[in-house]
Design a protein around this ligand. Structure first.
Ligand code: AHR
Length: 307
């Protein structure tokens, strides 16, 4: 007998692993690292064949990765779009190839919603509202101007656009709350530090920093301390994410208020992949639940924080 005759039968088609192509934004923040780990761990647990790529915050790299997944004929493509615009062409290519696409974390602004199966992630406008509401409450009786500087996330990204809009909407009813400078810090610590340094040079009277994520706030804290000021006291600091380093700074009183953005999207994504492959109807929008933390809250939960 030859070897082929005694070999185990080929794996039946039904037992074939589901292949998932995931095009990640990059590794720009603590949030992103936690998000990547969540996706990788959950894919492993679900028994999927995960193909993972890191776009280094560049849309062109993500488009390339998606095209590669289409060529490889993966079962499902998931990605977290770096920016909101400019996806229609590649999404149509996936649709023509009959490969379902799931958006995670960040949205696209495509008018044609048939280009993706669902969008799983936070409500970033709501996050901006939570940040703005806390500040508006804090200064509701102020008789003086409150000078706010803003560190925006990656230009053109959904979280930068939406966190800015939600915050602005919340503070607009009080004319004393003034955003005197607003620039991108690209969601990174290094850029947050650099831009905050420039803000401090240009403005001697900054009362509040609103950073669109913890990493930029942490970079800014270094700049504030280097300028001989006390973060959390001389300058009130608000940020978004609630990753461990941010929560540590909050527990030390250096960040006054953090709006949570949950990076642990892996389990929900794998569930959606299973459902889409099984041909089930799924919700077009799956919103993650999240809270807010003051310095006091951060002290209480810090020890149990997983990421
Ligand atoms: O899209 C989510 C945002 O991206 C997080 O708030 C930020 O930290 C990350 O880089």
């Amino acid at each position: 007998t030859n070897a082929a005759a005694t070999a185990a039968p080929a794996t039946p088609a039904a037992a074939k692993k589901i292949s998932l192509g995931f095009a990640q934004v990059g590794a720009e923040s603590g949030w992103r690292t936690a998000n990547t780990k969540s996706v990788q761990d959950s894919a492993k647990e679900a028994g999927f064949d995960l193909k993972f790529s890191d776009a280094q915050q560049k849309q062109e790299n993500q488009i390339k990765a998606i095209r590669t997944y289409i060529q490889q004929k993966v079962d499902v493509i998931a990605f977290s779009p770096v920016v909101e615009s400019g996806w229609d062409t590649v999404l149509k290519e996936a649709k023509d190839a009959k490969i379902p696409v799931i958006l995670t974390d960040r949205a696209v602004d495509s008018k044609d919603t048939s280009l993706y199966a669902t969008f799983i992630g936070s409500d970033f406008v709501e996050e901006g509202h939570k940040a703005g509401k806390w500040l508006a409450d804090k200064y509701k009786d102020t008789k003086e101007d409150v000078n706010i500087v803003e560190l925006q996330g990656t230009t053109g990204s959904a979280p930068a656009n939406d966190r800015k809009a939600g915050f602005a909407d919340e503070i607009k009813s009080n004319a004393h709350l003034k955003v005197i400078a607003s620039q991108t810090g690209d969601f990174t610590r290094a850029k947050g530090k650099e831009v905050m340094q420039a803000f401090l040079k240009a403005h001697k009277d900054i009362d509040v920093l609103y950073a669109h994520n913890d990493d930029m706030a942490l970079g800014a804290i270094q700049a504030i301390e280097a300028a001989g000021l006390k973060p959390g006291q001389d300058i009130t600091i608000i940020s978004v994410d609630a990753v461990k380093d941010g929560m540590t700074a909050a527990s030390e009183g250096k960040i006054n208020f953090i709006v949570e953005c949950n990076p642990l999207l892996g389990p929900q994504l794998m569930q959606a992949v299973n459902d889409v492959v099984a041909g089930k109807q799924i919700e077009k929008r799956i919103v993650t639940k999240e809270g807010v933390f003051t310095s006091e809250d951060a002290k209480k939960v810090l020890a149990d924080r997983q990421y």
